[in-house]
Design a binder for this molecule. Structure first.
Ligand SMILES: Cc1ncc(COP(=O)(O)O)c(C=O)c1O
Length: 459
């Protein structure tokens, strides 16, 4: 089920090191205490080394700050009135398209007009939420798309995207899928291995290719581990091989890990990319682009910086490092997923059962009709801690374990993170997961234990 991997220490087999190693993140533990209900106050303590569970109340200093409170309030009003008016069966995801639109426009504003010479290219990472309504909306706004598979490419095309605006960004693909993508008109690929580059040269001749480099763990909440990318020296060879095989080397790509709270961590990848670009330029191979991936966050239980901070940090790094190697700045490509859709979504669940394991147990088990397999896959290792609300219940709260409805022992959402829910919470009560628009519907299983996939209502 895991999409992400354990953090990588930054070293590669051929000695390449594409970022500062940060082994401490491997031991990161979180003790959270999240109180929910009408007041939905919030407290947490996050630490990098195991600590005894002492809950510190930091409610005022760590309350998440939405990008614009008016915008967030408007979205919640629209979503809640949809739920009140239609009472849809639960679990379900309600996605506010106006918020997706706002977030896209804010991001485009922060990174410069996409059609100007200096503006970044925004390629929506479809995997974050593949609802056709979202893709159609973004096509209308002039977005490009990062697709992970042929079905995602077909989805984008069916929603009106031009194949020129679709990048096949998955480094792991069958030859037949490369050929199919090429036949559909896609001619931009990302790779990280010689075999894949050879397959692209054979099955999609003349295409453009990014090479993804492997970064050290950068402290993102959902790291990729060591699964993707290669060392800087291998990337240089790979792009030179691509040119030799008749492909067009597009540039270096990297991803700093999803839900990345630190705008400064792009710097290492950009520095490495500038060095690779300069070494290839010296060999007569010019790279016109730089793909800085996704990673911009949604608003969960931690405060995160605004888009402008990411744009400023990334743009400054690009200018500094390409100046350093005496090259013109390349066209920057961004693959935002989570940050465009997370805050647009509310996942409504229902309490199936509240129980205790013994009469002296003061922490209740709250079983919901949605769990890890119904869309909340990112609660694995409690990486993502959603803000919760319990409409209609606002009394005193107490600690709970939160679990899903299946007969699977791993279907537990939070046991280390201590959520507090109202003491009067009962079977049949609604529980809302906020900022749940990303990596939920696309993760839900088709019928694990007979439960149907998560339904999305776009409003
Ligand atoms: C290649 C690639 N680009 C972009 C993204 C989107 O990342 P995020 O949702 O953190 O913006 C992903 C996510 O897995 C990815 O694999």
């Amino acid at each position: 089920m895991a999409r992400r991997g354990t953090p990588h220490d930054g070293t590669t087999r051929d000695g390449g090191m594409t970022g500062a190693a940060n082994g401490s993140t491997r031991q990161r533990t979180r003790d959270w205490k999240v109180r929910s209900g009408m007041g939905h106050s919030l407290a947490y303590r996050a630490s990098h080394t195991p600590q005894p569970t002492v809950v510190t109340d930091l409610a005022t200093s760590v309350r998440p700050r939405p990008p614009s409170s008016a915008e967030a309030t408007g979205a919640m009003i629209r979503i809640r009135s949809f739920l009140d008016d239609t009472s849809p069966p639960t679990p379900c995801l309600v996605l506010d398209l106006r918020t997706v639109r706002e977030r896209y426009l804010q991001l485009a504003w922060a990174f410069g007009p996409t059609e100007s010479r200096t503006g970044a290219r925004l390629c929506y990472a479809v995997k974050a939420n593949p609802a056709p309504e979202v893709v159609r909306l973004l096509v209308g706004l002039g977005a490009r798309f990062d697709a992970a598979s042929v079905p995602e490419i077909e989805l984008c095309l069916s929603c009106g995207a031009s194949p020129d605006d679709i990048s096949y960004g998955n480094t792991i693909k069958k030859r037949a899928d490369i050929a199919r993508a090429h036949a559909l008109g896609v001619h931009l690929f990302t790779s990280d291995s010689i075999d894949d580059v050879s397959a692209i040269a054979e099955c999609a001749p003349g295409s453009s290719v990014f090479c993804r480099i492997l970064l050290a763990d950068t402290g993102s909440l959902t790291p990729f581990g060591a699964k993707f990318g290669c060392s800087a020296s291998m990337a240089e060879d790979l792009l030179a091989t691509a040119a030799r095989l008749g492909l067009r080397p597009a540039g270096v790509a990297f991803h700093v890990g999803s839900q990345q709270p630190d705008p400064g961590v792009w710097d290492t990848g950009i520095a490495t990319a500038a060095d690779i670009t300069a070494r290839l330029a010296a060999r007569g191979i010019m790279l016109p682009m730089l793909n800085v991936g996704g990673g911009l966050p949604g608003q969960y239980t931690q405060a995160v910086p605004p888009f402008a901070s990411y744009a400023a940090a990334i743009t400054a790094s690009v200018c500094r490092h390409f100046d350093r190697v005496r090259l013109a700045a390349p066209r920057v490509m961004l693959e935002p997923g989570r940050c465009l859709v997370a805050d647009a979504g509310l996942l409504r669940a229902e309490v199936v059962l509240v129980s205790r394991k013994s009469t002296v147990d003061d922490r209740r088990w709250v079983y919901l009709d949605v769990g890890r397999y119904g869309g909340l896959a990112e609660t694995e290792q409690e990486y993502i801690t959603y803000r919760l609300e319990t409409p209609g219940r606002g009394g005193p709260t107490g600690p709970v374990y939160l679990a899903g409805p299946t007969c699977d022992g791993d279907d537990v959402l939070y046991q280390h993170t201590v959520y507090e829910l109202p003491m009067d919470l009962r079977q049949g009560d609604p529980v809302d997961f906020l900022s749940a628009g990303a990596y939920t519907a696309s993760y839900s299983s088709v019928a694990f234990n007979g439960f149907p996939p998560l339904v999305t209502h776009c409003i």
